[in-house]
Design a protein around this ligand. Structure first.
Ligand SMILES: NC(=O)c1ccc[n+]([C@@H]2O[C@H](COP(=O)([O-])OP(=O)(O)OC[C@H]3O[C@@H](n4cnc5c(N)ncnc54)[C@H](O)[C@@H]3O)[C@@H](O)[C@H]2O)c1
Length: 299
């Protein structure tokens, strides 16, 4: 598959990130299909995305008006076969569970045209653990997005041993074609590039908070002023979803067996109480008016 052959893109899993990838692609002229087993997912994700934009006073990389137009162009269907039967590139963005992703890839392999590329947006699972669920491992890759709706246009592009170089070339070129910056990983790396760097900071922040060494707000102030980033690590975790954060932390632990990577108990307690961050109205902050929205937050 060459980049100029990619015209139709399908997203499988229209949650917080699948919806953003679909809209970002639609904004750049691709014909985009979206499939989710829960029909309301796209609408729900969009509500969350818009409030996150508002809470953080950040615009999508394409600008707000273009984003709204892109939203209208995503073709939603509840039929997986219809969603992928003519796709050139399929991106999976279902929850972070290996067996689920392997099952989805097996289904995509059965239903998508033979030349189509199959990408996973997983935050932590390298494609080498998924691609052998298909008969086209050379055409499988990781395309790991951050938050195009919140102005972060980075995408990690990573292959496994069985991934063909041409697949990575086409993946990186496609990422560029939708206004995002491809970050190429030269070998499989747990956590990808930016995520791995950010994870180290987030792990320290979580442990400092759990030890009672710092308040969430002060840690976020320090991060924002020190790095110039528009949001702090805790505010960011609330946006991602604390269940997603917890699962990612557990993946690091399961991957390494190193106890330093175990997420702290108070984080697990929050997840068990359903305090999942923005999407449930409460996490480290309370929504829709988290303290970091206060104009005096950094003074
Ligand atoms: N949230 C983020 O910031 C972020 C960023 C980068 C990567 N990721 C990764 O992207 C993936 C999705 O994360 P998310 O935060 O969007 O999760 P989410 O829970 O918001 O969305 C997942 C969606 O997948 C749907 N789904 C579940 N099983 C399905 C199936 N079999 N077929 C089709 N749809 C199905 C769910 O209904 C839901 O709408 C995960 O692997 C996550 O690690 C998330």
């Amino acid at each position: 598959m060459q980049i100029d052959e990619i015209q139709r893109v399908t997203l499988v899993g229209m949650g917080v990130i699948g919806t953003q990838i679909a809209i970002q692609s639609a904004c750049h002229g691709y014909k985009v299909f979206g499939f989710d087993e829960v029909p309301e997912s796209f609408e729900r994700a969009n509500r969350m995305i818009f409030s996150a934009m508002e809470a953080q006073q950040i615009q999508p990389v394409v600008g707000l008006e273009a984003w709204k137009q892109g939203m209208q162009k995503v073709l939603l269907t509840g039929d997986l076969e219809q969603a992928v039967s003519r796709a050139d590139l399929v991106i999976e963005a279902v929850p972070e569970r290996l067996e689920l992703k392997r099952q989805v890839f097996a289904d995509l392999d059965r239903l998508a045209p033979a030349p189509a590329l199959l990408a996973s947006n997983s935050s932590s699972i390298p494609i080498s653990r998924i691609q052998d669920a298909t008969k086209r491992p050379a055409q499988c890759l990781n395309l790991h997005f951050y938050f195009p709706a919140l102005g972060i246009n980075l995408v990690d592009v990573m292959g496994g041993e069985a991934t063909a170089p041409a697949t990575l070339e086409a993946g990186a070129a496609w990422v560029r074609s939708i206004g995002c910056l491809p970050i190429r990983l030269k070998k499989e790396t747990f956590g990808f590039c930016f995520n791995r760097m950010q994870h180290a900071a987030r792990r320290e922040a979580l442990h400092m908070w759990a030890e009672g060494a710092v308040e969430v707000e002060d840690a976020d102030r320090a991060w924002m002023v020190g790095t110039g980033m528009p949001f702090g690590l805790f505010g960011m975790m609330d946006q991602v979803g604390l269940d997603v954060v917890y699962n990612v932390e557990m993946s690091y632990y399961n991957e390494t067996g190193d106890a330093r990577f175990l997420p702290p108990e108070p984080l697990k307690d929050m997840v068990d109480r359903g305090e999942l961050g923005y999407k449930t109205g409460k996490g480290f902050y309370t929504y829709p008016n988290p303290e970091y929205k206060n104009p005096d937050f950094l003074s």
